[in-house]
Design a protein around this ligand. Structure first.
Ligand code: GLC
Length: 751
């Protein structure tokens, strides 16, 4: 539809019909006769009795082809304006083919693979009729007590920007212009803004940070999604510096629309418009409706506030009427970009190849396995215990040995029956008699099960007494050459509403680990979790340690390929693993402080340190081992003094000095020695991945531009300042064998 036709359509709507376009409900509002709806979901949500559901603009989390066809058909028959419904859903890291959780994916540092995974998720959504997915989530996270770190891209701003861009391109396509082609759907970046920094890591808690911190670290990920053409932004639940994001006019209009140039649809998070009242920011529904509209919220997700109040709030106020029209226009434009006016079913009714050739196809499963292999992180490998010998007798023990609930909390369409578990994966490499398997312990202690409320019904039923499990585990471990312990937190201890004050492995599993480690057998520990757990005592007892995250549908196969060496681990941590919970938040790009705790000072009380713990984390950002080793040397640095038009070009030689072929992620960090604001001890400025055969030498090039040196100074302008810089190049944020310095001169040109 042409723009003028959109405007005509807009002009033809009544105020009630306009407001309906800004309301998002769930599918149950369209099931059964009118009386059922009115006395059921309508009443429960508090929608006024005369609300006409056939004015509603979009539907949340209806995700199946036949249902979508039926709902859209019914709706178009009964709605007066005949504007098609939008179907939106949480397809965060896969529809039916489930990829590793986003925090795991980012540990691959392979954004081409991440984009490809997103394109597969979009393709499967397109097959089933979903129009919008609520991804990517790019909230920067530094606190593993928060359950939603699992769906983030981790602690680093550069990785968040690359993740955002890759996800938007994978979901929407790279076409740039407005329309979204077949096989693609609309993306929604979230949660705006800074939801990843709740006080004390407690879910939905307040966020309070300087504008400098917000701009420097938290906003660039959202900006990257906007620059990639993201069609929607979702508001955050939290207050930001005292004002709820969903009612924050400065955040959503001045910053998001004016400064960050976002012109798409701003949708609230679930019930967040009504929660303005609970925040104590709106005194009632009418105030909440006005605050949200003025703050720029276009769609009210799953509350009655806009539907019940907007008409009265706007009544006769031309300014508010204009805001309403602007919001409705953006929704109509999104529908138009999806081609819904031409075909409300986006091809669903055409005969297409059998779903089986598209949904969970071999191509899709191969992509999921490959990304999972790249997302696992090898944290320890004493005496090169891994890869396992195929002759070794293995005892596979633990609650995750045969677990298929390894998809994470946001795999709403994932089917655990599709999951390849670890035992199945291992049996693709060795015969059954080579592996003895047992559960070894309960997944959780009773108090932790009870703490999960309704989710307790989703947990495995523990049918065997713990002591019996333990005795069997000790016996089987004693008979084996190598013990592989598959341990982890429950997926329901992670994700939304999953904040934990002490993010460790559950006690029954720690007891199992302790008992088995007394046997002095070679011990491999695999950890399934949605966050960095406190693994200090686990690492001390393990000979080899792998962070598996929640690796998705093909996780067991990917893990087995890593364990038997048909895949060489290349993952690098996208989030720091603390040594103890008291260190949280601990992250790589912290500020220097006036009293740094420098090793050369030895024991010095009056430095920035603890008296009961090291400053350093257990495993730092960017860390991850390989089965091989890489040697670095600095080949060339083009200049020691740079300017805006004269970058520093660098060439690094990397040699695979081990016996396995492998991929290395060469990381380049920069430290700004002094500036108008204190700068971090180092910032990831670039990275390159290189695959090298055993013994092979390759080179990687970097170019440090003046843009890379920009930051938000006291003037809140994003600019560079002349001065001295240190460069660190290496295999993690703490292992940087190559260093050199250079200076940025203002406007000077080199010889
Ligand atoms: C949830 C989440 C958000 C999700 C939305 C719709 O509460 O905060 O990320 O997209 O509601 O399910």
């Amino acid at each position: 539809m042409q723009n003028n036709q959109l405007l005509e359509k807009l002009g033809s709507l009544t105020v009630e019909e306009k407001i309906g376009q800004l309301v998002q409900l769930t599918g149950d509002f369209f099931e059964g006769d009118l009386d059922t709806v009115v006395t059921g979901p309508l009443k429960k949500l508090g929608l006024h009795q005369n609300y006409n559901v056939y004015n509603t603009g979009s539907i949340l989390n209806v995700t199946d082809r036949e249902k979508i066809i039926q709902l859209q058909t019914d709706y178009l028959e009964k709605s007066n304006h005949k504007i098609p419904l939008l179907f939106m859903a949480d397809i965060i890291y896969g529809y039916r083919t489930i990829f590793p959780i986003p925090l795991a994916q980012t540990c691959s540092w392979n954004f081409e693979s991440i984009e490809y995974a997103a394109s597969i998720a979009a393709r499967e959504c397109y097959e089933e009729g979903v129009h919008v997915t609520f991804a990517p989530m790019v909230d920067i996270v530094r606190d593993p007590r928060w359950g939603r770190v699992m769906e983030s891209s981790g602690e680093d701003t550069l990785l968040a920007k690359k993740y955002a861009e890759s996800m938007v391109h994978g979901i929407q396509g790279r076409q740039g212009e407005n329309s979204i082609p077949a096989d693609k759907i609309a993306a929604c970046v979230k949660h705006f803004a800074a939801y990843g920094a709740p006080v004390a890591g407690r879910e939905y808690n307040a966020v309070d940070m300087s504008e400098h911190m917000l701009r420097e670290y938290y906003l660039p990920g959202y900006q990257a999604a906007i620059d990639a053409g993201v069609k929607l932004v979702m508001t955050a639940f939290n207050t930001l510096n005292g004002i709820p994001a969903t009612g924050n006019e400065w955040l959503n209009r001045d910053l998001l629309r004016q400064e960050m140039k976002f012109d798409g649809v701003l949708i609230s998070d679930y019930a967040a418009v009504e929660e303005l009242i609970m925040h104590g920011y709106a005194e009632d529904e009418a105030a909440a409706a006005k605050l949200a509209l003025v703050a720029g919220v276009d769609i009210d997700m799953k509350t009655a506030v806009y539907a019940n109040q907007l008409e009265n709030v706007i009544n006769g106020n031309e300014e508010l009427q204009q805001l309403l029209d602007d919001a409705v226009y953006r929704v109509l434009k999104l529908k138009n970009d999806l081609g819904l006016f031409e075909d409300p079913f986006r091809g669903l009714k055409e005969s297409r190849p059998l779903l089986a050739t598209r949904i969970l196809s071999d191509e899709h499963k191969t992509a999921a396995r490959s990304l999972a292999e790249q997302s696992l992180v090898l944290l320890k490998n004493e005496q090169e215990l891994l890869p396992l010998s195929k002759q070794a007798k293995i005892a596979l023990i633990g609650p995750y040995a045969e677990e298929t609930s390894t998809l994470g909390m946001w795999a709403i369409k994932g089917d655990e029956r599709d999951t390849v578990n670890l035992k199945t994966g291992l049996l693709k490499h060795v015969d059954p008699e080579q592996i003895s398997v047992c559960r070894g312990s309960h997944l959780l202690p009773d108090y932790a099960r009870d703490a999960l409320g309704k989710y307790v019904d989703k947990l495995p039923v523990e049918t065997v007494d713990e002591d019996v499990l333990l005795q069997e585990a000790v016996r089987k471990a004693s008979e084996a050459d190598v013990v592989v312990l598959a341990l982890g937190e429950s997926i329901y201890q992670s994700g939304e509403g999953g904040s934990r004050t002490n993010p460790t492995l559950p006690e029954p599993q720690l007891k199992l680990l302790h008992e088995v480690s007394q046997l002095n057998k070679k011990l491999v520990v695999i950890v399934y979790s949605g966050r960095p757990l406190i693994l200090t005592e686990v690492a001390a007892q393990a000979d080899a340690l792998i962070q598996a995250w929640y690796p998705g549908t093909m996780g067991g196969e990917a893990l087995a390929n890593i364990l038997y060496g048909t895949a060489n681990p290349s993952g690098k941590l996208a989030m720091t693993f603390p040594r103890s919970v008291g260190q949280i938040p601990v992250y790589y790009n912290e500020l220097k402080t006036g009293r740094p705790n420098l090793p050369e000072n030895g024991f010095y009380r009056f430095a920035s340190r603890y008296i009961d713990e090291a400053n350093e984390p257990l495993y730092p950002f960017g860390y991850g081992k390989s089965y091989t080793t890489f040697d670095y040397s600095l080949l060339s640095v083009s200049r020691k003094e740079m300017s805006a038009d004269k970058p520093v070009d660098i060439e690094v030689s990397v040699t695979n000095t081990g016996k396995y072929d492998g991929k290395e992620t060469v990381q380049l960090y920069i430290r700004d020695q002094f500036a108008s604001v204190a700068r971090p001890i180092k910032m990831l400025a670039d990275f390159k991945q290189i695959f090298l055969r055993s013994g092979e030498t390759g080179t990687v090039q970097f170019s440090i531009s003046e843009d890379m040196l920009k930051f938000y100074g006291t003037s809140m302008k994003f600019e560079s300042e002349p001065g001295d810089f240190e460069v660190y190049i290496g295999t993690s944020s703490q292992e940087t064998p190559l260093t050199f310095n250079f200076a940025l001169r203002a406007g000077e040109h080199d010889e």
